[in-house]
Design a binder for this molecule. Sequence first.
Ligand code: NAP
Length: 444
Amino acid sequence: MQKGHTGTVGRMEQSSVRVGVLGCGNVGAALVNLIAERRDEVARRTGLDLVVAAVAVRNVALDRDVTIDPSVFTADPGSLVVDPDIDVVVEVMGGMEPARELIIEALRSGKPVVTANKELLANHGAELYEIAGAAGVDILFEAAVAGAIPIMRPLRESLAGEPIRRVMGIVNGTTNFILTRMAEDGASFADALAEAQSLGYAERDPTADIEGYDAGAKAAIIATLAFGARVVAGDVYHEGISGVTEADIEFAAHLGHCIKPIAVAERREPADGGPAEIGVRVHPALVPLSHPLAAVRDSFNAVFIEGDAVGELMFYGRGAGGRPTASAVFGDLIDASGNLRRGHGAPICALERARIAPIGELESAYYLNVEVDDQPGVLAQVAAVFGDHGVSIRSMEQEGLGAGARLVFITHAARESDLQATLHGLRRLGAVRSIGSVLRVVGD
Ligand code: NAP
């Protein structure tokens, strides 16, 4: 790192920090422009003079909307990460490889790394944190979860002494947008998805969003930091939102709930004193209209934390978009550069190997929609099946359907395996015509 004085920023000694950026797409281009716009102000406030010295892309010939000297572009990211003239590396290229190898090279060369790559962190985070720790440099990734919302730093720093019980989040803006349009405009799932695609919220292939893989990767990263434990994307149970019907949304509203795409990370201390257990799941869920997460509409994200001493906290904001995401990357870049200047990184401590509880062991309240023959005694038979499996009914609504009836139940918290056994028992009842949606209920 070079040190020098500039005459324009008062008496604070200025440290020039040469930044290498891997990728110049949505986030990278917005970051490069933010650094240029904010350079003087950041230097005045922090004493760090951030200069983008190299930007690696696939196609150097492409005309990009960035305020930067075109000579900094390179198609050789491998040289950028080991270049002794680069102090800090920002990875915003995405994907697993070569991003993983490049980050490892950068860390081993003593360069702090800032990344927005949730997919990589959710699969290889522990390896990268270990390498960063051994090299004594930072790896920071605020933008990887919930875009612009500061949530990684609060979990790592502000809440480091807080025994966190549960984190619930709306961490995928696309699915929140779709469910909001269905609830507020009566749009079908297909129409709401098409609108999300036309607005650029959803990819042409929306599987990662719709089926919960994107939210699952973020949930794994949240669980890792919230509980200090090793949790990877493969540990997360996920269900997509494509099964949510317009009728479910109407019933939910009638019952005082809305339906949201929810990620839940929970930690339990078993009564027998055994190792801590962590459950991480992503699925659509009924949320009471009185819960703060119910107010998170459109493509907004929020993360709701429940701790012992702190009580409840909620963080809310834009979960994606080039400029909001670049803002989070920029904050990390300033942090990592400051730590580098001070000569110490802030490593993520050794991660505990907690037991990951399988979905069958997790507990939730449930919403069930069951169609039955309208005959005397049917309700008693149905209630008996719930009772046989220890699933307690909290509320029930009945609606006539000609010769049949629709029964809508909300249960008290029950084990998933008991709920599945109840569904199996209900399907075997002659009077049960069909079981519609089964959705979890959170936040009561
Ligand atoms: P993007 O628009 O697709 O940009 C990717 C950039 O990386 C492009 O400039 C591309 O070069 C470059 N690149 C890709 N592979 C490369 C390679 N092998 N060698 C050199 N350059 C390579 O992606 P993005 O939307 O900015 O997302 C970047 C990262 O931020 C991802 O990890 C994403 O998950 C994360 N993120 C994005 C958002 C968001 O709202 N977009 C929000 C949160 C997190 P060319 O331009 O030459 O093709």
